[in-house]
Unconditional design. Sequence first.
Length: 211
Amino acid sequence: MSPDAEDRLERDDPHWPAQAAIVAAIGLHIALPGRVTVIPDWIVPAAEGVLLIALVIASRRESPRRRAIGGVLIGLVIAANAVTLSALVNYLLDHSNANGNSLLLSGVDIYVTGILIFAVLFWEMDRGGPENRHGTVHFFFPSMDPATGLRGWQPGFVDYLYLAFTNSTAFSPTDAMPLTRWAKAAMMVEAVGALATAAVVLARAVGLLGA
């Protein structure tokens, strides 16, 4: 292994966890063939695949252009997931005889994909990105407080994954606090999608399974 490759694996904020999150999202989509599909089934995994390629390229060479492209790709994946959710909600309004198992699989796919993609978004946007954590601070983590004694503490992907998970389950920040309007808007979009998935799709699926 080359010295550069070893440095990428050993640094505090490597790219591979974010890449693994995208692979997990693609795998989840493929592993749940019984979902209700109301838009072309390849759109979301295709967008995720392109994003994965961008993250792999980023692990070799970081540049402002790459970050801009990565941001656009993340936005496309979020939009595709939102369109899938909207179409599914519309389907539920028009079809009262939907299958509970299919709806449950669809809801799980949308919900978990949202958590993984927003984790990548938070990881990319905060403080200039993983290659240069010296930009605008969008999220304040308690461990950043000097009173904790953790001098020089830097957030990594797992911290942003936890942030995305808690925001989707509690529909509000429980650990890291958003400091900028962009951060607040991103968390609000994630919470709305998670709430719609849980309150409409998953609740309807559980109701059908219990009927």
